[in-house]
Ligand binder design. Sequence first.
Ligand code: 13P
Ligand code: SF4
Length: 319
Amino acid sequence: ATEKAAIVSRIKQLLKEKDAALVAHYYVDGDIQDLALETGGYVADSLEMARFGKNHSAKNLIVAGVRFMGETAKILSPEKRVFMPDLDATCSLDLGCDAKDFAKFRALHPDRVVVVYANTSAAVKAQADWMVTSSCALAIVHQLKLDGKKILWAPDRHLGRYIQEQTGADMLLWNGACIVHDEFRAVELELLKASHPHAMVLVHPESPQAVVDLADVVGSTSAMIKAVVDGTATEYIVATDKGILHRMRQLAPNKKLIEAPTAGNSATCKSCAHCPWMAMNGLQGILNCLETSSGEIFVAEPIRLKALTCIERMLDFTK
Ligand code: 13P
Ligand code: SF4
């Protein structure tokens, strides 16, 4: 504990000295979320993280999350140095959507507007008309449908299917999935609901359809937190990465939070309700960024410029 306290205090000092801001996703370790908030940084969903990084005046950003979040920050703020505690922290959606394969898919459907989820590489975003996150995908696709557009969507098939169902848009879906949310199970969730009949069920839209169908609220991580804080229920069943429970408990200490059931349990299933890549973010990694400039994110300028357009379009839409 004393070693941890020493690291935390050194990080706090270096954040100030180096004009750096720490921004964290809700799925990373609670200590890192607390540190971000205590030092004037931010804890947020992926859309809010992108906006925070762009608007903050610090010269250096430390992004505690997964690779695409660091890349998005760099694309939006090329004048800043952007660091990540572990550059190997990726995402199954990003891994499952290779830029060259995506280019072939896109070339087969030139009549479609290309909408990609934030959870992709800069090289995939460089090929897109729109980037969306789970908090704005519905509104953006709804507008595209009103404009008469047909859509090519990548990579999350569950989120894509949900948006298609909600908007009625013509969407062609890439076949990707999040290894964490894909593990939530509907039959077990129904049983859990039956034993907690007054609980409100909150589901992230990267979950399978049968799980989403049982939800009272379907939304991004921020939307799920808002539902717990504002909700009148006393119990909530939460179907997303368990890292989110830390912030939910802080903001709604009197509410009972119950983890939604997954295919395995934590002893047998590494990705069950906790993202192995989000878990790679540690205090030591943050200290290394500040002390040795390790974990810096670079995006080649031609890719950055192309990817910037689809991200800015989203930020303008959601202003
Ligand atoms: P949010 O945009 O809802 O924060 O989701 C990001 C993510 O990686 C979910 O798994
Ligand atoms: Fe990617 Fe899923 Fe991890 Fe989010 S939780 S970063 S979507 S693998």
